[in-house]
Each structure stands twice: as C-alpha cells, then as structure tokens.
Design a binder for this molecule. Structure first.
Ligand code: BGP
Length: 495
C-alpha cells in the first residue's frame, strides 16, 4: 500500500461558493456577498455605494487589485446585480443530502469553511450568533454519522463585510483580536467534533487579490505586507490557543502553491522561475517555518515597505508555526523573460505566465500537468519537514448532464488519475509525509475566479446555471463511481 491506512481521502468546498443562505440564520454580510458574477472574459466586480451622495457603482477585481477602490466609497450590495454567493449551490439547505453522497463515496474527510459572518455577523461583535454555531453543529454531527473527519477553513474569502468597511480589513491590527475570538469560539464549541483547522485559505492571495484574501481595499504594497503580517500573527495565536485547548487539535497553513517552470533552457528563465516561486514560498517560510526569510526582507526594502511589528510578534511566529502545511495545486506555472513574445497562459492565481506547449488545457486555459503534485510535494517537504495535505486539486469543466441525469466526465477521471498517481509517487518513491487529499469542489459549486456555475469541478452535478436558474437537484457523475473505487482501494486501483 502506498498510502497509510489513515489517509484522509475526500473533497473540499468553501462557504462563499457553496453554502448560500446569505441572509438566513442571523448571518451578517461577508466580502464575497458584494462580488458579482463574471466569466472567462468578463471580470468579477465589487459593487459599492458612496455614502456622501448615495451614488452606486462597481470596480472590477483586477482594477481593485492594482488601484484599490475609488475615494469615499464602501463595498455594498446594489440592486439589480447578480451575486453568486447568495444562493451558491445551497449547502445550507442540502447538507444532509450532500454529506450522505460523500459518505456513499467513502469520504474520510470533508473540507469546508465556516462562514465567519455566520458566527460573528459584524466580525467585531462581543457574542457569537447561536444560530450560526448550531448550523455547523448539525453539519459536523452529520459528518460523524459517516465517519467523515471535517477539515475546517476558518477564513476562505469570507471576511465579515463590516470589518472591510469599518477597519479596512486585515490592514488593521485590531482584526487579530477579532479573529482570535472567533477561532477560540469555534475551536471550543466543536471540540471532539473537529480536529483539523486551516487558518487562511491561500494566504498568499494577499499579494494578488487583497480584497478576497482579507477585505483590504487599498492596493499599496505596504498595506498588503502589513495585512499579511497581521494574518501571520493571528495564525500563531490560533496555534497557541489550539494547543492550550487540546492536544488533539492540529492547525494547518493553506498556501496556493504550484511548481514554476522555466519556459526555456535560458538561465534567465530559471532565475525568473525561482523569483516567482519565492512569491508564494515566503508566506510558508513565515507561517510554517517561523520567520521572515532574507530574500523577502530584501524585497520589502526594495519596495519601500517598512513592516510595523509589535514586541513579541517575532517570538510568536517562531514559537507557534503551523502544525502542518496544506496547499492547493492545479498545475504548474510556466514563465519566461520573453513573455511578451509568447502566448499567455492561465491557471489558479497565476499572473504573468505563458502557455506551456507540453501540456493540454481546459476551456479556461488551465493545464493538466501530470507531474505538478510530485514536484510540489517534494519542494515543500524538503523545505519544511512537516506533514503535508493536498487540500485542493481538480479540473473545472463545462459538464453536460444527459436527460437521464448521467454526466460522462472521463476528462475529469483522466486528470485525477494522473494527479493522484503523481501524489502517490511522491509518497512511494520519495517518502513524503502526506496526510490526505481533498479534491476541490467535490459537489458542484460557484467558481471563485469567474463567479460562474459553468466551470464545474464536482463528482456530483448540481442543477443550477449562470443565471441562477435550476432546481438544485444533485446527480452523480461518472467520476463519482470512479473516486468511490479509488477510496475503497486506498488509491491502489486508479484504472
Ligand atoms: C482556489 C480557491 C478555491 C477555488 C479554486 C478553483 O484558488 O481556493 O476557492 O475556487 O481555486 O478556482 P476557480 O473557482 O477560479 O476555478
């Protein structure tokens, strides 16, 4: 057997893309609730209001990331816009049915996020919302029925909107305290039900999409670096609190990490690949490794960033690094110093990459890369010597549901077969310590990048389209039965 008998096979989701019920059960608004839908060619937008004049408008995600929001506006819901998070694929009302489907596939783990604004509607409330806490109690009890271990992300693009409007999101140090209160509340409440937590989904998103990563609407490098620092300190405090609460609890970092390939044998391409890899790795050097690496400190100097730290911050980072490192990986990124002359590539949070001629891609330009997991797992294990967990991997496809409800997604099975084999090689041939694998979007949900329903990842099809229409009925795709067999044989039979 390649994988240990405790290997945690399963699937991953996030509240903002899956849960819906945006205004039910006492939930407050979160940053995702003001993000419109988009497509492969039309960017998602943040809608806003100018309180002084009542004027409304929107800013697209890429403009927001480079220039921030216009002066004097506040992110807000605007009438007539379409917000995919509001219903998503309605896990809130389908959780028992969905978890039963996961149980049928033999899941050992289910990654979901708690919607922070369901527990603390404004983020800075003194007391939690009991109805929100009770909802996740019901979810975890359902998981227990099937022997499914929850893996809970505490913050997956769901910063309570009030914290973005009133405080400027994670740019403000006070968010550390609000997050600590939230993390302690849920860890205590679900003691005995949840053992594994992740703090911030794809924490390195702070460099690229700070609004999604932490409600930050200012694009200045100083502000992003400060916001990331606050999240590192919050992570360390969460690890500390978890260890004080119970020896059972394990807190992981979650990083978006893909191998970066040089397009050519030109060493300048190789150097660029190293620098791009550093853009992600420094986040793990701090949160899992325990300190800021030299190359990052030098970069901050060049960018004119002067990080504000409080006495004790560095000590906290060093004493309470993450217990394990989890990551998302969909395929490698390819870079070249001759980027302008080459065809552009596309991938998860991959900016400024070129198309890799050796790899096939889907309709969104994301590559199927049979080696990415083995490479990523080796790099991360060599660097941190901590247990790893692949918490996102998969392929978005515009699936077709046949009149009899079946979905023939052999392309997904091919992708997963190659990726699981690559992960298996990292364990078998290289001895990497791997805790589990949770395929992204196990039940169809809304795409984070484009806000579409059309880009589906699941083993289970959900009847809902980009206009928000459909019955929300669930049906099993061919990959459902394939993955069930993979789990039943603990990854031995990938045929
Ligand atoms: C990651 C996010 C997920 C998820 C996934 C797929 O960046 O953590 O939330 O959405 O990417 O990306 P997309 O939905 O854009 O296809």
């Amino acid at each position: 057997m390649s994988f240990s008998e405790h290997f945690l096979w399963g699937g991953a989701t996030a509240a903002n893309q899956y849960e819906g019920a945006w205004d039910e059960g006492g939930k407050g608004l979160s940053t995702s609730d003001v993000m419109t839908n988009g497509s492969h060619t039309v960017p998602r937008r943040i809608t806003w209001v100018k309180p002084a004049t009542g004027e409304t408008g929107s800013t697209d995600l890429s403009t927001l990331s480079c220039r921030g929001l216009p002066e004097g506006v506040e992110p807000a819901i605007v009438a007539g816009e379409c917000y995919p998070s509001h219903t998503a694929t309605d896990f809130y009302h389908h959780y028992a049915e969905d978890i039963a489907l996961m149980g049928e596939m033999g899941f050992k783990a289910f990654r979901l996020s708690i919607n922070w604004a369901r527990i603390f509607p404004n983020g800075d409330d003194e007391e939690p919302n009991e109805e929100g806490l009770a909802f996740y109690d019901a979810v975890f009890d359902e998981c227990a029925k099937y022997g499914i271990e929850p893996l809970v992300t505490l913050s997956h693009y769901e910063t309570p909107l009030n914290l973005a409007v009133r405080y400027g999101g994670w740019a403000d140090r006070r968010l550390i305290g609000f997050f600590e209160r939230y993390a302690k509340t849920v860890m205590k409440r679900y003691l005995g039900k949840v053992r594994y937590y992740l703090t911030f989904n794809e924490i390195n998103l702070m460099s690229m999409m700070p609004f999604m990563a932490g409600g930050v609407t200012d694009a200045a490098p100083q502000v992003r670096a400060q916001a990331a620092h606050h999240q590192f300190v919050a992570s360390a405090l969460t690890v500390k609190a978890a260890h004080e609460l119970s020896p059972e609890l394990r807190i992981g970092q979650m990083l978006a990490y893909s191998p970066v390939y040089p397009y050519s044998a030109d060493p300048a391409d190789d150097l660029l690949a190293m620098e791009r890899a550093h853009d992600a790795l420094w986040y793990a050097d701090v949160q899992t490794g325990g300190s800021y690496p030299a190359y990052r400190l030098k970069q901050m100097e060049r960018d004119g960033v002067a990080l504000e730290m409080e006495p004790g911050d560095e000590d906290l980072l060093a004493r309470y690094p993450a217990d394990f490192l989890s990551f998302s990986c969909y395929g490698g990124s390819t870079v070249s110093v001759r980027q302008r002359e080459l065809e552009a590539g596309s991938g998860n949070l991959a900016l400024g990459i070129v198309r890799n001629p050796c790899l096939a891609t889907n309709a969104w330009g994301w590559a199927t890369d049979p080696y990415c997991l083995r490479l990523a797992l080796n790099t991360l294990y060599d660097r941190y010597h901590k247990p790893l967990w692949v918490v996102e991997n998969g392929i978005g496809w515009s699936d077709v549901r046949e009149p009899d409800g079946s979905v023939h997604d052999d392309y997904r099975i091919d992708y997963l077969r190659q990726n699981i084999q690559s992960m298996k090689d990292a364990v078998d041939l290289d001895g990497v310590d791997l805790m589990g694998y949770t395929m992204w979007g196990c039940i169809d949900l809304v795409s984070a990048g484009t806000g579409e329903m059309r880009k589906r990842y699941g083993f289970v099809y959900v009847d809902r389209d980009d206009k928000g229409e459909g019955t929300l009925e669930r049906s099993r795709k061919d990959s459902f039965y394939w993955y069930k067999k993979v789990i039943a044989t603990n990854g031995e039979d990938l045929s």
